[in-house]
Design a protein around this ligand. Structure first.
Ligand SMILES: *Cc1c(COP(=O)(O)O)cnc(C)c1O
Length: 379
């Protein structure tokens, strides 16, 4: 089945008992048992809930995995993966990384005695030379946030396999619609379902997907024992969003490419980062592991004052944190996603005060291009 059909038919989409055209929202914490001896499928919603299970089956089907687990946020999903490790362990992560993941590594994992090293994700030798005897996993995110650096997924997996390590990939920017890390040998895939999976900027949620039965058991234990589960209502909303994910992402990615082409030629834009453009240094590599450049791009204006004036002049994109919504979202990483880093750490990652990230929504492409061009030309 092609992915757009899987989104609608590849899992339990209809209510089992009545045939309802969407899975009911089982808004309950507990389930009445018929007798003391019974071992019912559902006992308590932290251990399992039918609405959440339907979502988990659906995401597993779409991601091409055997198991998926839904969490109360992308960060809860990331924590479930990174807290699989313990005192004395070491994890290698990409340097250009989601701000929250950086904070988790620096402020929480350290407290548990888990050591981390951040490497230049575009350099396979850097990944390999960071490996120590106590290294347990390689953690990547591609394209990266917000500079859209491309990491060689197959290359990192090969390094990990040579050293007997796990590979973990945050696939939020591409989703399985554009990039399929499990098929490339990644062990654990993370999705912030807050973004494209849900697509409507009205839920915070995260997923972990795997093909490995042992890892699945460990992630389930994290979900159950740490307890960062996704509620039934939000699970239902993500399923509702998934039904149009194919249409939304196709439209957004098509617009993003056209916008990138226009912005790249504008004199006010000092640099433009979009892995779907041949001018991007990771273009060929990205093309070998993803089907298109995606719906997110970033670009650099002169300075913070110019950024302010540009944002004020825009009519369509909302100025906000987050991405992957039906509405275009303009973010200012230095003060938003990367605010928890020191200015030095931001500089190290190339997150300057002139950098903006645009998540392209499903508005009319020409309207978006007109709005952006008019705002740039007014600077
Ligand atoms: C948003 C995001 C996260 C965190 O997800 P939340 O749902 O906000 O907790 C992690 N990784 C990436 C790449 C993201 O964009």
């Amino acid at each position: 089945m092609e992915i757009n059909s899987t989104l609608l038919h590849g899992y339990e989409v209809f209510g089992k008992y009545t045939g309802s055209s969407s899975i009911p929202i089982y808004q309950c914490s507990t389930f009445a048992q018929k007798s003391l001896e019974e071992h019912p499928e559902y006992m308590y919603s932290r251990f399992g809930n039918p609405t959440r299970h339907a979502l988990e089956e659906g995401v597993a089907a779409v991601e091409g995995g055997r198991h998926a687990y839904a969490f109360g946020s992308g960060m809860a999903a990331i924590s479930a993966c990174l807290l699989l490790f313990g005192k004395g362990d070491h994890v290698v992560l990409c340097k250009s990384i989601y701000g929250g993941t950086f904070q988790l590594a620096e402020e929480i994992m350290k407290r548990f005695g888990i050591d981390t090293t951040f490497v230049d994700e575009t350099d396979l030798h850097a990944w390999e030379s960071a490996i120590r005897p106590n290294t347990k996993a390689l953690y990547l995110e591609t394209p990266s946030n917000p500079l859209l650096n491309v990491t060689d997924i197959r290359g990192v997996v090969a390094v990990a396999k040579r050293h007997g390590l796990l590979t973990i990939a945050d696939n939020t920017f591409m989703t399985p619609l554009f990039q399929r890390p499990l098929d490339m040998g990644v062990d654990l895939v993370i999705e912030s379902a807050t973004k494209f999976f849900n697509g409507h900027s009205d839920v915070v949620a995260g997923m972990v997907i795997t093909n490995d039965d042992d890892l699945a058991e460990q992630i389930y234990l994290q979900q159950k024992a740490i307890g960062g589960i996704l509620g039934p209502q939000d699970s239902w909303l993500i399923m509702r969003g998934m039904k149009t994910m194919g249409l939304r992402m196709e439209q957004s990615a098509r617009s993003a490419l056209q916008i990138a082409e226009v912005l790249e030629k504008n004199k006010a834009v000092k640099a433009l980062h979009y892995p779907g453009l041949p001018s991007h240094p990771g273009y060929e590599l990205h093309r070998s592991q993803a089907t298109c450049g995606g719906a997110v791009l970033s670009f650099e204006l002169k300075d913070r004052d110019t950024v302010n004036r540009f944002a004020k002049a825009l009519h369509l994109p909302i100025l906000a944190v987050s991405l992957g919504g039906v509405e275009s979202i303009l973010s200012f990483p230095a003060a938003m996603s990367h605010a928890c880093m020191s200015p030095e750490e931001r500089a190290e990652q190339g997150v300057t005060d002139g950098l903006l990230r645009l998540s392209v929504g499903v508005e009319n492409t020409e309207d978006l291009i007109d709005d952006l061009t008019r705002a740039l030309n007014s600077l």
